[in-house]
Design a binder for this molecule. Structure first.
Ligand SMILES: [Zn+2]
Length: 435
Protein backbone atom coordinates (compact mmCIF):
# COMPACT_ATOMS: atom_id res chain seq x y z
CA UNK A 1 0.00 0.00 0.00
CA UNK A 2 2.75 2.38 1.02
CA UNK A 3 4.69 1.53 -2.14
CA UNK A 4 1.62 2.08 -4.31
CA UNK A 5 1.08 5.46 -2.70
CA UNK A 6 4.71 6.42 -3.25
CA UNK A 7 4.39 5.39 -6.90
CA UNK A 8 1.23 7.41 -7.32
CA UNK A 9 2.86 10.44 -5.75
CA UNK A 10 5.86 10.11 -8.02
CA UNK A 11 3.58 9.96 -11.08
CA UNK A 12 1.72 13.06 -9.93
CA UNK A 13 5.03 14.80 -9.28
CA UNK A 14 6.30 13.74 -12.71
CA UNK A 15 3.15 15.07 -14.42
CA UNK A 16 3.54 18.34 -12.58
CA UNK A 17 7.15 18.47 -13.69
CA UNK A 18 6.27 17.68 -17.34
CA UNK A 19 3.67 20.46 -17.44
CA UNK A 20 6.01 23.09 -16.09
CA UNK A 21 8.33 24.93 -18.48
CA UNK A 22 11.93 23.70 -18.55
CA UNK A 23 13.56 24.67 -15.28
CA UNK A 24 17.22 25.06 -14.36
CA UNK A 25 18.71 22.58 -11.89
CA UNK A 26 17.57 23.39 -8.38
CA UNK A 27 20.33 24.36 -6.02
CA UNK A 28 18.08 25.07 -3.02
CA UNK A 29 15.04 23.56 -1.35
CA UNK A 30 14.08 26.80 0.39
CA UNK A 31 15.26 30.35 -0.09
CA UNK A 32 14.63 33.04 2.54
CA UNK A 33 14.97 36.26 0.61
CA UNK A 34 15.67 39.83 1.68
CA UNK A 35 15.70 39.38 5.45
CA UNK A 36 18.16 41.11 7.75
CA UNK A 37 20.56 38.34 8.75
CA UNK A 38 22.19 38.42 12.19
CA UNK A 39 24.79 35.66 12.47
CA UNK A 40 27.24 36.66 15.21
CA UNK A 41 29.47 33.60 14.62
CA UNK A 42 30.20 34.86 11.09
CA UNK A 43 30.05 38.59 11.82
CA UNK A 44 27.01 39.12 9.57
CA UNK A 45 24.55 41.92 10.43
CA UNK A 46 23.07 42.92 7.06
CA UNK A 47 20.38 42.12 4.50
CA UNK A 48 21.17 38.72 3.01
CA UNK A 49 19.50 35.80 1.28
CA UNK A 50 19.74 32.44 3.04
CA UNK A 51 19.21 29.11 1.26
CA UNK A 52 18.87 25.60 2.61
CA UNK A 53 19.28 22.29 0.82
CA UNK A 54 19.10 18.74 2.18
CA UNK A 55 18.53 20.03 5.70
CA UNK A 56 21.61 22.23 5.81
CA UNK A 57 22.53 25.84 5.16
CA UNK A 58 23.52 25.88 1.47
CA UNK A 59 24.31 29.54 0.85
CA UNK A 60 24.26 32.99 2.45
CA UNK A 61 24.79 35.91 0.05
CA UNK A 62 23.54 39.38 -0.80
CA UNK A 63 21.53 37.95 -3.69
CA UNK A 64 20.63 34.35 -4.50
CA UNK A 65 18.66 33.35 -7.61
CA UNK A 66 15.04 32.52 -6.71
CA UNK A 67 14.66 30.41 -9.87
CA UNK A 68 17.12 27.95 -8.31
CA UNK A 69 14.88 27.33 -5.28
CA UNK A 70 11.86 25.06 -4.92
CA UNK A 71 10.32 27.53 -2.52
CA UNK A 72 11.08 31.19 -1.89
CA UNK A 73 9.97 33.19 1.13
CA UNK A 74 9.92 36.99 1.17
CA UNK A 75 11.50 37.96 4.49
CA UNK A 76 11.87 41.68 3.86
CA UNK A 77 11.38 43.63 7.07
CA UNK A 78 12.16 40.52 9.13
CA UNK A 79 15.29 39.23 10.87
CA UNK A 80 16.86 35.91 9.95
CA UNK A 81 19.04 34.34 12.62
CA UNK A 82 20.30 30.92 13.68
CA UNK A 83 17.62 28.89 15.47
CA UNK A 84 17.59 29.95 19.11
CA UNK A 85 19.48 27.84 21.66
CA UNK A 86 17.98 27.78 25.17
CA UNK A 87 20.33 26.00 27.58
CA UNK A 88 18.11 26.00 30.66
CA UNK A 89 14.73 24.25 30.33
CA UNK A 90 12.79 21.45 32.02
CA UNK A 91 11.28 19.14 29.43
CA UNK A 92 10.95 15.77 31.17
CA UNK A 93 7.19 15.54 31.82
CA UNK A 94 5.38 12.53 33.20
CA UNK A 95 2.71 11.40 35.65
CA UNK A 96 4.32 12.55 38.93
CA UNK A 97 3.07 15.60 40.80
CA UNK A 98 5.25 18.63 41.59
CA UNK A 99 8.22 16.98 39.95
CA UNK A 100 10.64 17.98 37.17
CA UNK A 101 11.82 14.38 36.72
CA UNK A 102 8.90 12.72 34.98
CA UNK A 103 6.35 15.09 36.49
CA UNK A 104 3.99 17.96 35.82
CA UNK A 105 6.53 20.73 36.51
CA UNK A 106 8.20 19.77 33.23
CA UNK A 107 6.64 20.30 29.81
CA UNK A 108 6.85 18.61 26.41
CA UNK A 109 9.44 20.55 24.41
CA UNK A 110 7.66 20.85 21.03
CA UNK A 111 4.66 22.57 22.60
CA UNK A 112 6.72 25.54 23.72
CA UNK A 113 9.95 25.77 21.73
CA UNK A 114 9.31 25.83 17.97
CA UNK A 115 6.63 28.51 18.29
CA UNK A 116 9.28 30.71 19.97
CA UNK A 117 11.87 30.09 17.24
CA UNK A 118 13.84 27.85 19.63
CA UNK A 119 15.37 24.85 17.83
CA UNK A 120 17.75 23.54 20.51
CA UNK A 121 17.15 23.19 24.24
CA UNK A 122 19.24 21.79 27.05
CA UNK A 123 17.28 20.20 29.85
CA UNK A 124 18.96 21.48 33.01
CA UNK A 125 19.22 18.45 35.25
CA UNK A 126 15.64 17.17 35.32
CA UNK A 127 17.06 13.66 34.90
CA UNK A 128 19.96 11.86 36.53
CA UNK A 129 21.70 8.65 35.52
CA UNK A 130 18.91 6.49 36.98
CA UNK A 131 16.15 7.94 34.79
CA UNK A 132 18.05 9.34 31.80
CA UNK A 133 17.12 6.35 29.61
CA UNK A 134 13.42 7.01 30.26
CA UNK A 135 13.89 10.72 29.48
CA UNK A 136 15.75 9.86 26.28
CA UNK A 137 13.32 7.27 24.93
CA UNK A 138 10.09 9.11 25.82
CA UNK A 139 11.12 12.71 25.15
CA UNK A 140 14.50 13.31 23.48
CA UNK A 141 14.07 10.69 20.74
CA UNK A 142 10.47 11.78 19.98
CA UNK A 143 10.86 15.56 19.85
CA UNK A 144 11.19 17.72 16.75
CA UNK A 145 13.14 20.11 18.96
CA UNK A 146 16.82 19.27 19.31
CA UNK A 147 16.95 18.25 22.98
CA UNK A 148 20.25 18.01 24.85
CA UNK A 149 20.81 17.67 28.58
CA UNK A 150 22.78 18.57 31.64
CA UNK A 151 22.68 15.31 33.61
CA UNK A 152 21.92 15.84 37.30
CA UNK A 153 24.63 14.74 39.74
CA UNK A 154 21.70 13.27 41.73
CA UNK A 155 20.91 9.82 40.29
CA UNK A 156 17.16 10.40 40.52
CA UNK A 157 17.39 13.90 39.06
CA UNK A 158 15.03 16.66 40.16
CA UNK A 159 12.62 14.78 42.37
CA UNK A 160 10.61 16.57 44.99
CA UNK A 161 11.21 16.49 48.74
CA UNK A 162 14.47 14.97 49.98
CA UNK A 163 15.59 13.50 46.63
CA UNK A 164 17.84 16.40 45.61
CA UNK A 165 19.33 16.62 49.11
CA UNK A 166 20.44 12.98 49.18
CA UNK A 167 24.25 13.00 49.21
CA UNK A 168 24.27 9.19 48.94
CA UNK A 169 22.59 9.39 45.51
CA UNK A 170 25.34 11.61 44.06
CA UNK A 171 27.50 8.93 42.48
CA UNK A 172 30.29 9.96 40.17
CA UNK A 173 31.01 6.79 38.22
CA UNK A 174 27.51 5.97 36.93
CA UNK A 175 26.93 9.64 36.17
CA UNK A 176 30.18 9.85 34.21
CA UNK A 177 29.46 6.56 32.43
CA UNK A 178 26.06 7.83 31.28
CA UNK A 179 27.55 11.16 30.14
CA UNK A 180 30.31 9.40 28.18
CA UNK A 181 27.79 7.00 26.62
CA UNK A 182 25.78 9.94 25.23
CA UNK A 183 28.41 12.45 24.18
CA UNK A 184 26.90 15.39 22.32
CA UNK A 185 23.51 14.67 23.89
CA UNK A 186 24.59 14.96 27.52
CA UNK A 187 26.48 18.24 27.25
CA UNK A 188 27.04 19.01 30.92
CA UNK A 189 26.44 18.09 34.57
CA UNK A 190 23.96 19.93 36.80
CA UNK A 191 23.69 20.55 40.49
CA UNK A 192 20.59 22.32 41.76
CA UNK A 193 18.50 23.19 44.79
CA UNK A 194 20.95 21.79 47.36
CA UNK A 195 20.41 23.31 50.78
CA UNK A 196 23.00 21.63 52.99
CA UNK A 197 26.34 23.08 54.14
CA UNK A 198 28.38 20.41 52.30
CA UNK A 199 30.32 21.08 49.11
CA UNK A 200 29.89 17.45 48.02
CA UNK A 201 27.43 18.10 45.14
CA UNK A 202 29.77 20.64 43.53
CA UNK A 203 32.94 18.60 44.09
CA UNK A 204 31.31 15.59 42.51
CA UNK A 205 29.64 17.45 39.65
CA UNK A 206 32.94 19.10 38.70
CA UNK A 207 34.82 15.80 38.95
CA UNK A 208 32.31 14.17 36.57
CA UNK A 209 32.66 17.21 34.32
CA UNK A 210 36.40 16.58 34.29
CA UNK A 211 35.97 12.88 33.49
CA UNK A 212 33.50 13.55 30.66
CA UNK A 213 35.19 16.80 29.50
CA UNK A 214 31.95 18.78 29.75
CA UNK A 215 30.92 21.86 31.76
CA UNK A 216 28.98 21.98 35.01
CA UNK A 217 25.91 24.18 35.50
CA UNK A 218 25.01 25.18 39.05
CA UNK A 219 21.82 26.49 40.62
CA UNK A 220 23.40 27.36 43.99
CA UNK A 221 20.31 26.43 46.07
CA UNK A 222 20.18 27.62 49.66
CA UNK A 223 23.80 28.70 49.80
CA UNK A 224 23.41 31.77 52.01
CA UNK A 225 21.61 29.97 54.83
CA UNK A 226 24.02 27.05 54.54
CA UNK A 227 27.08 29.30 54.68
CA UNK A 228 28.42 28.50 51.21
CA UNK A 229 29.79 31.52 49.30
CA UNK A 230 29.91 32.36 45.61
CA UNK A 231 33.57 33.22 46.01
CA UNK A 232 34.35 29.66 47.15
CA UNK A 233 32.20 28.13 44.39
CA UNK A 234 33.98 30.11 41.68
CA UNK A 235 37.46 30.08 43.23
CA UNK A 236 37.75 26.58 44.70
CA UNK A 237 35.40 24.40 42.65
CA UNK A 238 34.48 25.86 39.24
CA UNK A 239 36.72 25.55 36.20
CA UNK A 240 36.74 28.16 33.42
CA UNK A 241 33.71 27.34 31.25
CA UNK A 242 31.55 26.14 34.14
CA UNK A 243 28.19 27.89 34.21
CA UNK A 244 26.51 29.88 36.97
CA UNK A 245 22.79 30.07 36.17
CA UNK A 246 20.16 32.38 37.75
CA UNK A 247 22.75 35.19 37.61
CA UNK A 248 20.12 37.91 38.19
CA UNK A 249 18.26 36.01 40.94
CA UNK A 250 19.64 38.38 43.55
CA UNK A 251 19.45 36.07 46.56
CA UNK A 252 22.77 34.23 46.53
CA UNK A 253 25.40 36.93 46.83
CA UNK A 254 25.34 38.27 43.27
CA UNK A 255 25.03 41.90 44.37
CA UNK A 256 27.37 44.13 46.31
CA UNK A 257 25.40 45.10 49.42
CA UNK A 258 26.51 48.75 49.14
CA UNK A 259 26.42 49.58 45.44
CA UNK A 260 23.85 46.89 44.39
CA UNK A 261 26.13 46.29 41.41
CA UNK A 262 27.97 42.97 40.91
CA UNK A 263 29.62 41.53 44.01
CA UNK A 264 33.36 41.03 44.11
CA UNK A 265 32.78 37.26 43.78
CA UNK A 266 30.90 37.80 40.49
CA UNK A 267 33.57 40.14 39.10
CA UNK A 268 36.38 37.79 40.12
CA UNK A 269 34.43 34.82 38.75
CA UNK A 270 34.15 36.42 35.34
CA UNK A 271 37.90 37.11 35.35
CA UNK A 272 38.44 33.42 36.07
CA UNK A 273 36.39 32.44 32.99
CA UNK A 274 33.17 31.44 34.72
CA UNK A 275 30.15 31.62 32.38
CA UNK A 276 27.10 33.59 33.55
CA UNK A 277 23.67 32.44 32.36
CA UNK A 278 20.26 34.06 32.87
CA UNK A 279 18.05 31.03 33.74
CA UNK A 280 15.06 33.35 34.28
CA UNK A 281 12.66 30.81 35.80
CA UNK A 282 9.81 31.62 38.14
CA UNK A 283 11.78 33.71 40.63
CA UNK A 284 15.33 34.00 39.31
CA UNK A 285 15.23 37.30 37.41
CA UNK A 286 14.64 40.56 39.25
CA UNK A 287 14.82 43.95 37.60
CA UNK A 288 16.27 45.27 40.87
CA UNK A 289 19.21 42.89 40.45
CA UNK A 290 19.51 42.82 36.66
CA UNK A 291 19.53 46.58 36.07
CA UNK A 292 22.30 47.58 38.52
CA UNK A 293 24.44 44.64 37.34
CA UNK A 294 23.91 45.50 33.69
CA UNK A 295 24.48 49.21 34.27
CA UNK A 296 27.84 48.20 35.76
CA UNK A 297 28.56 46.24 32.57
CA UNK A 298 27.82 42.81 34.01
CA UNK A 299 25.94 41.31 31.05
CA UNK A 300 24.91 37.68 30.58
CA UNK A 301 27.01 35.32 28.50
CA UNK A 302 23.86 33.40 27.59
CA UNK A 303 20.15 34.14 27.77
CA UNK A 304 18.02 31.18 28.85
CA UNK A 305 14.52 30.68 30.16
CA UNK A 306 14.42 27.99 32.87
CA UNK A 307 11.21 26.99 31.10
CA UNK A 308 8.79 25.03 33.27
CA UNK A 309 5.07 25.03 34.07
CA UNK A 310 5.28 27.89 36.57
CA UNK A 311 7.79 30.20 34.89
CA UNK A 312 6.03 30.19 31.51
CA UNK A 313 2.83 31.52 33.04
CA UNK A 314 4.58 34.19 35.14
CA UNK A 315 7.20 36.81 34.19
CA UNK A 316 9.32 34.51 32.02
CA UNK A 317 6.73 33.40 29.39
CA UNK A 318 9.09 32.24 26.64
CA UNK A 319 12.53 32.71 25.13
CA UNK A 320 11.48 35.68 22.97
CA UNK A 321 9.97 37.43 25.99
CA UNK A 322 13.21 37.00 27.94
CA UNK A 323 15.19 38.30 24.95
CA UNK A 324 12.76 41.24 24.78
CA UNK A 325 13.60 42.05 28.39
CA UNK A 326 17.25 42.49 27.51
CA UNK A 327 16.35 44.73 24.56
CA UNK A 328 14.19 46.76 26.95
CA UNK A 329 17.22 46.99 29.24
CA UNK A 330 19.22 48.55 26.42
CA UNK A 331 21.05 45.68 24.70
CA UNK A 332 21.14 45.69 20.90
CA UNK A 333 19.25 43.06 18.93
CA UNK A 334 22.59 41.81 17.65
CA UNK A 335 23.90 41.28 21.20
CA UNK A 336 20.68 39.60 22.30
CA UNK A 337 20.87 37.22 19.31
CA UNK A 338 24.53 36.41 20.06
CA UNK A 339 23.60 35.54 23.65
CA UNK A 340 20.77 33.30 22.43
CA UNK A 341 22.56 31.46 19.61
CA UNK A 342 26.32 31.32 19.22
CA UNK A 343 27.27 31.95 22.85
CA UNK A 344 25.14 29.14 24.32
CA UNK A 345 26.12 26.76 21.49
CA UNK A 346 29.76 27.28 22.44
CA UNK A 347 29.03 26.89 26.14
CA UNK A 348 27.61 23.41 25.53
CA UNK A 349 30.40 22.61 23.05
CA UNK A 350 28.06 22.12 20.07
CA UNK A 351 29.70 24.56 17.70
CA UNK A 352 27.88 23.33 14.59
CA UNK A 353 24.78 24.98 16.14
CA UNK A 354 23.95 28.63 16.76
CA UNK A 355 25.32 29.85 13.43
CA UNK A 356 24.48 30.02 9.72
CA UNK A 357 27.79 28.81 8.30
CA UNK A 358 27.37 26.95 5.01
CA UNK A 359 27.04 23.26 5.88
CA UNK A 360 25.58 23.85 9.34
CA UNK A 361 22.25 22.20 10.26
CA UNK A 362 19.40 24.26 8.77
CA UNK A 363 18.08 25.45 12.14
CA UNK A 364 16.85 28.96 11.37
CA UNK A 365 14.67 31.59 13.05
CA UNK A 366 12.74 34.27 11.16
CA UNK A 367 11.89 36.97 13.68
CA UNK A 368 9.81 40.13 13.67
CA UNK A 369 10.53 43.16 15.84
CA UNK A 370 7.06 44.38 16.76
CA UNK A 371 6.61 48.06 17.60
CA UNK A 372 4.03 49.15 20.15
CA UNK A 373 3.45 49.50 23.87
CA UNK A 374 4.70 46.48 25.79
CA UNK A 375 5.61 45.55 29.37
CA UNK A 376 8.02 43.00 30.81
CA UNK A 377 7.39 41.86 34.37
CA UNK A 378 9.51 40.22 37.06
CA UNK A 379 8.48 37.97 39.99
CA UNK A 380 8.28 40.93 42.37
CA UNK A 381 5.57 42.46 40.18
CA UNK A 382 7.93 45.07 38.75
CA UNK A 383 7.37 46.10 35.14
CA UNK A 384 9.78 47.45 32.53
CA UNK A 385 8.04 49.33 29.74
CA UNK A 386 9.20 48.87 26.18
CA UNK A 387 8.29 50.00 22.68
CA UNK A 388 9.34 46.74 21.03
CA UNK A 389 9.23 43.01 21.39
CA UNK A 390 10.16 39.96 19.33
CA UNK A 391 7.81 37.51 17.71
CA UNK A 392 8.51 34.31 15.81
CA UNK A 393 7.41 34.20 12.16
CA UNK A 394 9.05 30.99 10.94
CA UNK A 395 11.12 28.25 12.53
CA UNK A 396 13.19 25.80 10.48
CA UNK A 397 14.65 22.67 12.02
CA UNK A 398 17.11 20.80 9.81
CA UNK A 399 15.87 22.83 6.85
CA UNK A 400 12.23 21.92 7.38
CA UNK A 401 9.48 24.40 8.26
CA UNK A 402 8.27 23.44 11.74
CA UNK A 403 6.42 26.67 12.58
CA UNK A 404 5.02 29.39 10.33
CA UNK A 405 2.89 32.01 12.10
CA UNK A 406 1.52 33.86 9.08
CA UNK A 407 1.88 31.21 6.40
CA UNK A 408 4.81 32.87 4.64
CA UNK A 409 5.81 29.46 3.28
CA UNK A 410 2.22 28.44 2.44
CA UNK A 411 0.28 29.03 -0.79
CA UNK A 412 -2.94 31.05 -0.99
CA UNK A 413 -5.74 28.55 -0.33
CA UNK A 414 -7.63 29.43 -3.52
CA UNK A 415 -4.62 28.65 -5.69
CA UNK A 416 -4.21 25.11 -4.37
CA UNK A 417 -5.06 22.68 -7.13
CA UNK A 418 -5.50 19.05 -6.13
CA UNK A 419 -5.75 18.65 -2.39
CA UNK A 420 -2.88 20.48 -0.77
CA UNK A 421 -0.94 20.97 -3.98
CA UNK A 422 0.19 24.41 -5.03
CA UNK A 423 3.39 26.05 -6.19
CA UNK A 424 6.19 23.75 -7.28
CA UNK A 425 4.93 20.15 -7.06
CA UNK A 426 8.19 19.01 -5.54
CA UNK A 427 7.58 21.13 -2.44
CA UNK A 428 5.27 19.60 0.18
CA UNK A 429 3.18 22.47 1.62
CA UNK A 430 1.65 20.32 4.29
CA UNK A 431 4.95 19.15 5.70
CA UNK A 432 7.05 22.23 5.04
CA UNK A 433 9.76 20.47 3.08
CA UNK A 434 10.82 19.00 -0.23
CA UNK A 435 8.86 15.86 -1.15
ZN1 LIG B 1 15.93 25.11 36.30
Amino acid sequence: MKQALAFLLSVVAAVGWAQAPAQPALDYDLLIKGGHVIDPRNGIDAVRDVAVKDGRVAAVASSLDASKALKTVDASGLYVTPGLVDIHVHVYPGPKTNDYAGGDSSIYPDGFTLRSCVTTVTDAGSSGWRNFDDFKSRIVDQAKTRVTAFLNIVGNGMGSGPIEQNLADMEMQPTADMALKHKGLIVGIKSAHFNGPEWTPYEKAVEVGRLAKIPVMVDFGGNVKAGRTLDDLFGKYFRPGDIYTHMYGGVRGEQDPETKGPSKAMIDGRKRGIIFDVGHGGTSFRWSTAMPLMKAGFLPDSISTDLHTTSMNAGMKDMLNVMGKFMAAGLSLRDVIAKSTWNPAREIQLEELGNLSVGSPGDIAVLRVEKGKFGFVDPLGGRMDSSQRLSCEITLRDGKVVYDLNGLTAERWDTLTSGARGGDPRWDNTRGRRR
